[in-house]
Design a protein around this ligand. Structure first.
Ligand SMILES: NC(=O)c1ccc[n+]([C@@H]2O[C@H](COP(=O)([O-])OP(=O)(O)OC[C@H]3O[C@@H](n4cnc5c(N)ncnc54)[C@H](OP(=O)(O)O)[C@@H]3O)[C@@H](O)[C@H]2O)c1
Length: 243
């Protein structure tokens, strides 16, 4: 029997690239998300390209995030949460509603659904959970601290969950992609040396989750060094920086 991966956020460029990486290794794929049209397009592509079994399930992380679990015929071997919202920092500063959407989409919703999935996997005795977090969570910056703080919370949640679940046969991987060329970053000027393509993220996630069983990865390793330096800038200097 092929193993099954559930991708929460299966309409996104990164989610679809991860789905392709798993399908390429013979896995069955379940794509979850809000847009049935986008999910169906990705599902059909997976079936045509890889001859794999693929299906879709409705999922909104802000509206009853656990409902997605009721629509599953069998519980997946691996669950990847790609859901996220970059939002707009300026708008979030002025509009608590927008700030709440960013905080809830990147932290609260993913944490609630992955927490419940982890409980079920621990009961079963095996499983893998992958959370797509961000280097933005390694230190809050003036230009995107609402998104960054939500990702920081998500990274901390995954860290604690990993420590708890590792004793019960469940592996938890945290992924910090760095810049990736996707719909989310369309129109931004991204430095090519530190910008990954979605398929690079897909391959890195598959390898780290299913082969090398890593705990935390930066897709381009240089990001670990960049964030180490940024994390060590003294606060009295950091607060004067505008980036
Ligand atoms: N691109 C980058 O440079 C970069 C860097 C670091 C981390 N990341 C993270 O990587 C992940 C994927 O990002 P991306 O670049 O591929 O951008 P994206 O296309 O904007 O992906 C965001 C995904 O989240 C889903 N989503 C948003 N709100 C949702 C909700 N309420 N319920 C269910 N799904 C929801 C979107 O679904 P809809 O299609 O329904 O909106 C989409 O599938 C995100 O978590 C992002 O924070 C991206």
């Amino acid at each position: 029997m092929p193993r099954t991966v559930l991708v929460l956020g299966g309409s996104s460029d990164i989610g679809f690239a991860i789905a392709r990486a798993y399908a390429g290794h013979g896995w069955s794929v379940i794509l979850a998300g809000r847009s049935e049209k986008d999910l169906a397009r990705n599902r059909d592509d997976l079936v045509t390209r890889f001859g794999t079994s693929a299906r879709t399930v409705p999922f909104d992380v802000l509206a009853d995030p656990l409902r997605v679990l009721e629509g599953l015929a069998e519980f997946p071997d691996t669950v990847v949460c790609v859901v996220g919202l970059l939002g707009d920092q300026q708008s979030a500063q002025a509009d608590p509603g927008h700030a709440a959407s960013i905080l809830r989409t990147n932290f609260e919703g993913p944490a609630l659904v992955l927490g419940e999935i982890a409980n079920r996997m621990m009961e079963r005795g095996f499983g893998t959970i992958v959370g797509i977090s961000s280097v933005a969570g390694d230190r809050g910056r003036a230009s995107n601290y609402v998104y960054g703080s939500a990702k920081a919370g998500f990274s901390a949640f995954l860290s604690g969950l990993r420590a708890r679940a590792s004793h019960r046969g469940v592996h938890v991987l945290t992924v910090k992609p760095g810049f990736v060329r996707t719909a989310m970053t369309a129109g931004m000027k991204l430095p090519p040396a530190v910008t990954a393509e979605p398929d690079e993220v897909g391959r890195a996630v598959y390898r780290a989750a299913e082969t090398t069983r890593r705990n935390v990865i930066y897709v381009r390793p240089v990001w670990r060094l960049i964030m180490l330096i940024i994390a060590h800038i003294p606060e009295r200097i950091f607060k004067r920086l505008r980036f």
